[in-house]
Design a protein around this ligand. Structure first.
Ligand code: TYM
Length: 337
């Protein structure tokens, strides 16, 4: 398939450990599909990770594990540019410029900051507050046109669009930055916790039973699905009947997403079954998709120098694009370079 060279995809994943089914179904699975059609740049966003304190050794380990996960899920470092954010200084430079374009009022609306900072806002890092400006810099440094993300990143993406438009307007450089399009899965954009169908599946949730990690063993997956919260009603015929059954809907969505079926089709297949039977089928499909990924991650992690080489190769390619774009950006802003 010929790639469309006017379209550039950028996305990132934080190396904060415990990559899970939400990261896979909401984002990484889509990254793999996109690399067949467009020029793709995928980043291990370590600068984002340190907005919350990270143990330095753990951060290195998690960065390599995130890269290993990308590759184990099917990303090809010969087809896509894959690198770690801190190795390309343009991200931090453009983020500073965007700190001066973005407005305090815009920042104050960001719900993820409120969630992450919790009740003790005064004690959150300044980096956590301006994190969405860095995210805009990641995307626009490469003039990316499309950004595959899960639904939880939608508001940050809207901010990136606002920043692109304000920069183009303030500096009178119409269309210099493209206004990036979010690519969010239509049917199932938010994988929910296995313990509470109203909360998203997350790395930071205390209970490991709330998520399927991509490195979980067969036994762990079976146990977690067995323990996943459901209700006593059988599987209904219509999706509308799942409106007040968030846990049931989540498990059916996970099954559909993993097997590439529409949820309506899954309901057609499963109608009338009780959840104990369905859970057995769900664990089977999860084991068949997740366990090979986990084994590959383990295998790749045993060859550290191979992983470091992949990052270096990706950084060199990313730097070329970044340097060229940053030169133009600095000229537009009025810096002498
Ligand atoms: P992060 O590291 O939290 O998550 C990586 C990707 O996984 C998606 N995701 C989910 N999707 C569906 N259901 C879930 N439960 C779920 N949990 C996570 C996220 O939406 C994301 O797509 N700020 C970003 C990283 C980032 C970025 C960027 C993304 C930095 N710069 C530029 C796109 C473009 C983040 O923290 O993702």
């Amino acid at each position: 398939m010929n790639k469309n060279f006017n379209e550039v995809v950028f996305s990132g994943v934080q190396p904060t450990g415990n990559l899970h089914l939400g990261n896979y179904l909401g984002a990484i699975k889509n990254f793999v599909e996109l690399q067949k059609k467009m020029n793709c740049i995928y980043c291990v966003v370590d600068l984002h990770a340190i907005t919350v304190f990270q143990d330095p050794n753990q951060l290195k380990n998690n960065s390599l594990e995130t890269l290993a996960t990308f590759i184990a899920c099917g990303l090809d470092f010969k087809k896509s540019i894959i690198f770690n954010q801190s190795s390309v200084s343009g991200h931090a430079e453009l983020a500073w410029i965007f700190n001066c374009v973005s407005r305090l009022g815009w920042m104050n609306r960001m719900t993820q900051f409120k969630e992450k900072a919790g009740s003790n806002k005064e004690n959150a890092s300044v980096g956590l507050y301006v994190y969405p400006n860095l995210m805009a810099a990641d995307i626009l440094l490469y003039k990316a046109t499309h950004v595959p993300v899960g639904d939880d990143q939608k508001q940050h993406l809207e901010l990136s669009r606002d920043i692109a438009q304000k920069f183009n307007h303030d500096f009178k450089c119409k269309n210099f930055f493209p206004v990036p399009e979010p690519l969010i899965q239509k049917n199932f954009s938010r994988v929910m916790s296995l313990r509470d169908g109203k909360k998203k599946m997350s790395k930071s949730e205390d209970s490991d039973y709330s998520r399927i990690n991509l490195t979980d063993t067969e036994d762990e997956i079976i146990k977690k699905i067995k323990k996943a919260k459901t209700d006593s009603l059988p599987i209904p015929e219509k999706i509308q009947d799942l409106k007040n059954r968030p846990e049931a809907l989540n498990l059916l969505n996970i099954y559909s997403s993993i097997t590439n079926l529409k949820v309506e089709k899954t309901l057609e297949e499963m109608v009338g079954k009780d959840f104990s039977k369905f859970k057995k089928q769900l664990s089977d499909v999860l084991v068949s998709v997740v366990c090979p990924i986990g084994r590959k991650i383990k295998d790749l992690k045993s060859n550290r120098s191979h992983l470091v080489n992949i990052l270096n190769e990706g950084s060199n390619k990313a730097k070329k694009i970044s340097n060229e774009n940053l030169k133009k950006i600095k000229e537009i802003v009025g810096f002498i370079n």
